[in-house]
Design a protein. Structure first.
Length: 192
């Protein structure tokens, strides 16, 4: 294989991954492979040469998303204020849900088998954030990590086109989660 052929192959692969990431974010991972190839301006055979299965393509498309999730959670865990850490992680999720709902859904779908360890790590990090918020009494008494996950599911159930509604639900959820230890932190103006 010549250097030019290798460069073309690498460029095609990168174009397919970028196109798949955008397509899956907007339209979900059930989008036909032929459609992904077409959006990339490449033949279906080129797509299958690089990604023999849908799972291979989804994994490649999700890799950057998973890395962003990992970094977002690291940022939240490094925040010294327990409420800002937890609410920041929830806000990050909501904003990412607005921008890339298909990727979040894909990450928990049957094709994302390669990210099991990342999902477990994210779950453990969320539990640590909740435990710290409980300990610092900035989370409403009785709220558990399961409750916070339910709040995240509520956010993820909204359509991305409803960004204002998603942010409104986010504000309501955070107001409901906020405990008595959050001093001087008013709720959203329209809900007070």
């Amino acid at each position: 294989m010549t250097r030019k052929a290798r460069a073309d192959a690498v460029g095609n692969r990168e174009r397919l991954v970028a196109t798949a990431r955008q397509a899956f974010a907007a339209d979900g991972v059930d989008l036909p492979m032929r459609e992904v190839a077409g959006r990339a301006g490449l033949a279906v055979a080129t797509l299958y040469r690089h990604f023999p299965t849908r799972t291979d393509l989804i994994g490649a498309a999700l890799a950057e998303h998973v890395a962003a999730c990992r970094e977002g959670m690291r940022t939240a865990e490094s925040e010294p204020d327990a409420w800002l850490a937890l609410s920041g992680a929830i806000r990050w999720f909501a904003e990412h849900q607005i921008r890339a709902p298909g990727l979040n859904a894909a990450l928990f779908g049957p094709h994302a088998t390669g990210f099991r360890d990342d999902r477990l790590a994210q779950s453990a990090a969320l539990e640590r954030l909740v435990a710290r918020a409980q300990r610092d009494q900035v989370l409403r008494p009785g709220v558990s990590a399961v409750d916070v996950r339910v709040a995240l599911l509520a956010i993820s159930s909204l359509r991305p086109a409803q960004a204002s509604a998603t942010r409104q639900v986010l504000d309501l959820l955070l107001a409901g989660l906020r405990g008595p230890g959050v001093g001087g932190m008013p709720g959203p103006a329209r809900y007070n």
